[in-house]
Write a protein that binds this ligand. Structure first.
Ligand SMILES: [Zn+2]
Length: 248
């Protein structure tokens, strides 16, 4: 049986880190809520034994710091929307962190020197709650330095398609001091740039702007590549998976 190799997204910025494994699945690899689809994706990252940890993702702002592999064996980080860890390798098993999305903003971060990795799922509630900042604070706790941190902002719904109610727009207007690039009207409807809202939070915490790589792709517009919560029906819906970890 020949295995089909599906292309997946990578970041030019994260590709510069020696020994780092990273990538973002596309719709063609299937719904990453399913174990089988996740296995297929991970098998293409060219490392043999991978152990994947994911957060439960409850649209909150809590981040779990993993101290060792034992803590997370076969469990998800319950009640949180992100995970941080030092590079862990045990019995030749590689440990990667994963974040699942379909319109929400996936944040993938690494301090190559401290070998600290982190992922977070930022929907509108998480963004208003400042989850990107909480992710960075958690990375700091285990040794990351903000001026070394590299961030990949993965595929998410862009401003073109992210129309919101007046109430939700107002929350963004308040949280981002009226910044018109974040919340503004397109025609009669309010739209929010949730990706750049997270970028602002990341740079406010001290991440250098040129250390942030944002994937320019709208999950709702690009139906061939991505699942979209806003676009898909219940039957066609699925989630993509972004992963990060160290190969060696
Ligand atoms: Zn769009």
């Amino acid at each position: 049986m020949t295995q089909i190799n599906y292309p997946y997204y990578t970041s030019k910025l994260l590709s510069s880190v020696p020994g780092l494994i990273h990538g973002f699945s596309t719709k063609r690899m299937g719904d990453m809520r399913n174990r089988k689809a996740r296995k297929l994706f991970l098998s293409q990252l060219s490392v043999r034994d991978i152990f994947l940890s994911m957060a439960e993702q409850v649209h909150g702002t809590s981040i779990t710091i993993l101290e060792s592999l034992d803590v997370v064996t076969d469990t998800k980080a319950v009640g949180s929307d992100g995970i941080v860890s030092k590079a862990i390798m045990k019995n030749d098993t590689h440990h990667v962190l994963g974040v699942r999305v379909a319109d929400c903003v996936p944040i993938i971060a690494v301090d190559p020197e401290a070998r600290v990795i982190g992922v977070a799922h930022a929907g509108w509630k998480g963004t208003i709650g400042g989850i990107s900042g909480t992710l960075l604070k958690s990375m700091k706790k285990v040794g990351a330095k903000m001026d070394r941190v590299l961030v990949w902002v993965g595929p998410h719904i862009e401003k073109c398609c992210y129309s919101v109610s007046y109430d939700r727009a107002l929350r963004f207007v308040q949280a981002f001091h009226g910044n018109p690039t974040i919340a503004s009207k397109i025609g009669a409807t309010w739209h929010v740039d949730i990706g750049n809202a997270n970028v602002i939070q990341l740079t406010n915490m001290g991440v250098r702007p040129d250390n942030i790589d944002m994937l320019s792709a709208c999950t709702r517009c690009q139906a061939d590549d991505f699942f979209s919560y806003r676009r898909d029906s219940k039957n066609s819906f699925g989630e993509m998976l972004g992963v990060v970890g160290f190969r060696e």
